[in-house]
Design a binder for this molecule. Structure first.
Ligand SMILES: Cc1cc2nc3c(=O)[nH]c(=O)nc-3n(C[C@H](O)[C@H](O)[C@H](O)COP(=O)(O)O)c2cc1C
Length: 361
C-alpha cells in the first residue's frame, strides 16, 4: 500500500476499515479487479461491478482482487439485473467485506453478510428508498445525486445529501454524483456525508480499462465538440431508466426519439451474444414480461451501445455513461496519484479560511 497524505476519519472509514473516505463505485467493464485493487491499495475502497459477470466469473474476480490486495473491497449487485442474485450468493460464499446493493430488496443478503461481519452499502436516490434499505438491514447508504453518471435520481447531491443526513442522522452516508476532487470531498463532508464515491473520475485513470479514446475525449474539453460539465444528456431512452450519458450525435438522436422495438430487440440479442448469454435465457425474459418488454429489451440494447463506447471507444455509434463531473476532469493520473491529490486538497480546503479558498480559484 502506497499512501502518504493525512487522512480524514469518518464513520465510513471506521465501518469499512479503510484509510480514506473515497469509494470507487461499480461501473460495468471498468470497476474490474485491477481498478478495484488499485483503489483499495491506494487507501480507498474499490467496488467490483458484477453486472457483466456470471457466477463463475464473479468468483474468479473476487479471488483475483484478494490476490492483489489485503485491503477492504466490495462488490456491486444491481438486483434487478439478470444473474445479480446468483452473483450476490457467490459474494456471500466468498465473504466479500462490503456488498453494495441497488434496485431491489436485499434483506436476505444483509442477514447472511452480517453473520460473517460483512457490511451492506445500499444505493438509493430518495428518502423512501433509504427507509426501506435500512429496514432491510443496510449498514450505510450511497446517495446518488442528479449530477451522477448513469442512474442518478431527480435531486442534486447538494440537496439530497443534507436532507437524507437530517432524516437519518444515525446512518453513515456515501455521497455519489458530481464529486471528482478534494474540494468536492470536503464539501460532501460539510453537507453531512462520511465519504464520496467517484465514478467518472476513477474511470479516467491509468489503471481504468475504459477505452483510451473515451478517456482522452472526457479529459480534453476541445475534442469532439466538448466534454465540459454541460456536455451530458439525461433521459430514459438509453436503457429504460433515467440515465446520464456523454453528449454525442448518437445520444442526442436517442434522447430525441427512442429506437423502434425491432431494432431494440435486435440490439438486445446482439448484447446477449457479446456477453455469451444463451438466447434461451433472454427470450423468456422478454416474453414473460410483455408489459415491460420494451423496457427490458431497451436495457439489453443499451448494453450493446455501452459496450461499443466503453470497450471499443466508438464515440460515433456507442453511448458512454458519464457524469457532469467530467467538467472537473482534465488529466489521466494513476489511481494512487489521484487519491493522494484528492486527500491533500480536501484537507487543505477544510483548513483554509474562506478568503484564502476564494483567492485560490
Ligand atoms: C463509465 C461509467 C460506467 C458506469 N456504469 C455503471 C453501471 O454499470 N451500473 C451502475 O449502476 N452505475 C454505473 N455507473 C454509475 C456509478 O456507479 C456512480 O453512481 C456514478 O459514477 C457517480 O457519479 P459521478 O460519475 O459523478 O462520480 C457508471 C459510471 C460511469 C462513469
Amino acid at each position: 500500500m502506497t499512501t502518504a497524505a493525512a487522512s480524514i476519519q469518518t464513520r465510513i472509514t471506521s465501518l469499512f476499515g479503510c484509510r480514506y473516505p473515497i469509494i470507487l463505485p461499480g461501473m460495468s467493464w471498468i470497476s474490474d479487479p485491477t481498478l478495484v485493487a488499485a483503489v483499495s491499495n491506494a487507501g480507498g475502497v474499490g467496488i467490483l461491478a458484477s453486472g457483466p459477470l456470471n457466477a463463475k466469473e464473479t468468483r474468479e474476480a473476487i479471488r483475483k482482487i484478494r490476490s492483489t490486495t489485503d485491503q477492504p473491497f466490495g462488490i456491486g449487485c444491481t438486483l434487478l439485473m439478470p444473474g445479480a442474485k446468483e452473483n450476490a450468493q457467490v459474494s456471500l460464499e466468498e465473504q466479500v467485506p462490503i456488498i453494495n446493493i441497488s434496485l431491489g430488496k436485499g434483506d436476505w443478503i444483509a442477514e447472511q453478510a452480517h453473520d460473517y461481519g460483512g457490511k451492506i452499502l445500499a444505493t438509493v436516490t430518495n428518502a423512501k428508498h433509504a427507509q426501506s434499505a435500512l429496514e432491510s438491514g443496510a449498514d450505510a447508504l450511497m446517495l446518488t445525486g442528479h449530477e451522477a453518471a448513469a442512474h442518478g435520481g431527480d435531486v442534486t447531491s447538494l440537496v439530497l445529501v443534507p436532507s437524507i443526513a437530517k432524516r437519518f442522522p444515525q446512518v453513515p452516508l456515501v455521497a455519489a454524483g458530481g464529486f471528482a476532487d478534494g474540494r468536492g470531498l470536503a464539501a460532501a463532508i460539510c453537507l453531512g456525508a462520511d465519504a464520496v464515491a467517484m465514478g467518472s473520475r476513477f474511470a479516467i485513470t491509468k489503471e481504468s480499462s475504459l477505452a483510451q479514446r473515451m478517456k482522452e475525449i472526457v479529459s480534453n474539453d476541445e475534442l469532439y465538440g466538448g466534454s465540459t460539465e454541460s456536455d451530458t444528456v439525461y433521459g430514459k431512452n438509453f436503457d429504460g431508466i433515467p440515465a446520464r450519458v456523454l453528449k454525442s450525435e448518437e445520444s442526442l438522436r436517442l434522447i430525441a426519439k427512442p429506437a423502434p422495438l425491432p431494432i431494440v430487440i435486435y440490439r438486445a440479442f446482439n448484447a446477449a451474444r457479446k456477453m455469451n448469454i444463451p438466447l434461451y435465457k433472454v427470450i423468456p425474459g422478454l416474453l414473460t414480461q410483455w408489459d415491460k418488454m420494451y423496457m427490458v429489451a431497451q436495457f439489453g440494447a443499451a448494453t450493446d451501445s455501452l459496450m461499443r463506447a466503453t470497450i471499443d471507444g466508438d464515440f460515433e455509434k456507442g453511448v458512454q455513461f458519464i457524469g457532469q463531473s467530467q467538467g472537473l476532469i482534465s488529466d489521466i493520473p494513476s489511481v494512487n496519484e489521484l487519491t493522494q491529490r484528492i486527500m491533500e486538497e480536501a484537507i487543505e480546503s477544510s483548513t483554509l479560511g474562506y478568503e484564502t479558498l476564494a483567492s485560490k480559484r
